[in-house]
Design a protein around this ligand. Structure first.
Ligand SMILES: Nc1ncnc2c1ncn2[C@@H]1O[C@H](COP(=O)(O)OP(=O)(O)OP(=O)(O)O)[C@@H](O)[C@H]1O
Length: 245
């Protein structure tokens, strides 16, 4: 399952109000349109997506927001498919790919989704193509997912193969402290998040990720994350310079 989040709260560095769409379910990737600043005009570079995961409160959005701020225009978000009707102002191909149920089911049959699920009677999914399109446009697609999403992406034949990155909190006690101090959790949601944290940590221990980032000191963790992506980010920036963007 891919995780939900409040896009504006989590990623103010890359989102405008106009990019926002209603939060719908429990499994978002980044479902915003391609950022206009970073769209590249020629398809010269193919960049590996990153799949970033970790317990709630481990610091994923804190780290990503620092990256987005330091490398503006280098990241983009996949556009989800849905069978629900467009709301006023929503644009097909920008907010979502609005499709019929038949078309959705057909794409499921063609193994076209990285993940998909039903919510409130409508179907939602992230197609492989939407992620590939970003990679081949020379931008870096970030997939912020929960453990089941990681498993589902690992099983897929997505090309280029993503880098799987886990953000690890220093301890369960510190994780609890961070979640409490974030001030976003009820007692119930805090318990749920801490309960699922251990499962996520155990899965990471099993060697499921290419990289594990220890987020004890934020700056150290950030440098680690940046170090993993820096080659790709320099390539993206180089291409943008060439194109005068
Ligand atoms: N290295 C760190 N040291 C201290 N506090 C941190 C560190 N990294 C993140 N935090 C704080 O921990 C809290 C949780 O971080 P953040 O919201 O980035 O986690 P998350 O993994 O994105 O959570 P969720 O999955 O619930 O969205 C925030 O208040 C953030 O400021």
């Amino acid at each position: 399952m891919l995780r939900s989040f409040n896009l504006l709260r989590k990623y103010p560095a890359v989102l405008n109000i106009s990019d926002l769409k209603p939060l719908f379910w429990q499994q978002v990737l980044f479902a915003t349109p391609t950022h206009p600043v970073c769209a590249m005009s020629h398809q010269t570079l193919s960049v590996k997506p990153i799949v970033i995961s970790g317990p709630s409160g481990s610091g994923k959005s804190t780290l990503l927001n620092k990256l987005f701020a330091e490398f503006p225009g280098c990241f983009a978000f996949s556009i989800s498919h849905t069978t629900r009707n467009p709301r006023p102002g929503e644009v097909d191909g920008k907010d979502y790919h609005f499709v019929t149920k038949d078309d959705f089911v057909k794409l499921v049959g063609e193994n076209g989704f990285l993940e998909h699920a039903q919510f409130s009677g409508n179907m939602y999914g992230t197609s492989k193509k939407s992620v590939k399109d970003i990679s081949s446009s020379g931008q870096l697609c970030v997939l912020d997912v929960e453990i089941n999403g990681v498993k589902s992406i690992k099983q897929s034949d997505l090309k280029p193969k993503p880098r799987f990155i886990f953000v690890r909190p220093p301890s369960m006690e510190e994780l609890r402290r961070r979640l409490e101090s974030r001030g976003t959790e009820t007692a119930d949601s805090l318990k749920k998040r801490l309960d699922s944290a251990q499962e996520a940590m155990d899965y990471a221990e099993s060697g499921a990720y290419d990289h594990i980032i220890d987020n004890k000191e934020l700056e150290v963790a950030y440098e680690h994350l940046k170090g993993i992506l820096i080659e790709d980010l320099h390539k993206i920036q180089g291409e943008k310079l060439k194109k005068g963007q």
